[in-house]
Design a protein around this ligand. Sequence first.
Ligand code: GLU
Length: 445
Amino acid sequence: MLRFAPSPTGSMHIGNLRVALLNFIVAKRLKLPLMLRIEDTDTQRNIAGKDVEIFKILEQMGVTWDQLVYQSANFGTHLDYAAKLLDKGEAFYCHCTPEFLESKKQEAVQAKRPFRYDDSWALLEKESNPNPVVRLRGSAKDMVFNDLVKGSIHFKVSELDSFVIVRANQVPTYNFACAVDDFNYKITHIIRGEDHVSNTPKQILIKQALSRVLNTPETPTIYAHLPIILNEDDGKKMSKRYEASSVQWLLKQGFLPVSIANYLASMGYKAPKEIFSLNDALEWFELEKVSASSAHFSLSYLRHLNHEHLKALDLESLARVLDIEPAKAPLAKLFLEECSTLNELHEKLSAMFSPKDIKKDYEGQNFYEKCHTLYTALKSMEAVADFNAFKHEAMQKSQLKGKDFFKPLRILLTGQAHGVELALLYPHLVPLLEQILVLKTEHGC
Ligand code: GLU
């Protein structure tokens, strides 16, 4: 079984979604179940409703899961296992106060040696500090684990000292809760962000200790830590400060879920084609081919992918994703010439289909009169299907020509001074012409 284990502590980051997508793809390719585990044990950082937001985003992306678990439901098991580890001497109570540990860290700094917790300190402050933490015994030797993306990763014994698994307030740490759950649910592949590399040896030590204490063999686990995503400005981590790091923000800007998924799945991956859907990726994606170097996020490239995905939609699908009447979809299709997101398309359509105060918008441009003249001419005409015929009749009736004719015409028809060729738009406007003209002129033509 694979798992995607988000914490409901904030808006979903693109890095997290990438982890979800890759877990889903690999699970499907290997025909293994995928668990969605909401890691909600950090009660101070949890935000109400973020779990539902996660479900919605995953659903929009086409990511499905076979089992849903709230980690807090396993709280009892975590504490139960901690007690078993204590019982067998794999873990021990540590009464050290934060002040004591800080002084030991300072000593290490002065002596220019790395700090390492010394198990002999555990009971020194037993009298003064009645609320101990629980530590798992550190490793007596170096550790190496193989990462499918990053290759083999070494940890020196000096880095593997005894560490906290249950806090003084009886709350299990992230590493402990996570490793207990991975052990219990027999997780075979751990795919996550590389910010978790330093947690992996701890989680391996926990699982090894659990296996001994529970007398249960460990499930062999494949690790894959995905490189972080860098921003396009300064090449540093794509932190939450960047709006574009939030999946919700990208969706609000009018990027299609399929484009976002396409982009994130192709980051650091030489995909056999540029434009693909999640379903396509199920045919060929291989986790070991993900590059170990960090990928740079580019909003303009996402725009390009979105443009291509929008272009590939048929009219019915375009109307659906834009949530517009089907009659307007051919116009949206034409506007794709100059738009790359749903929001940009909506802007064009709304300029066409919303009231416009021409008098005010073009004040002082000696323009309103021409619009008015043309408007009167158009109102007196019967619907004409052919653009050339329409043009000639309108010119004749209005007595306007050249720029004096075309600019007012474009503004009356589209609500904008520039854009897609009128000859292309016109055939789709004919059935909507009356509605458009009324809206353009309601406020004074
Ligand atoms: N809750 C952790 C996170 O959101 C999960 C890390 C993991 O996959 O183990 O980063």
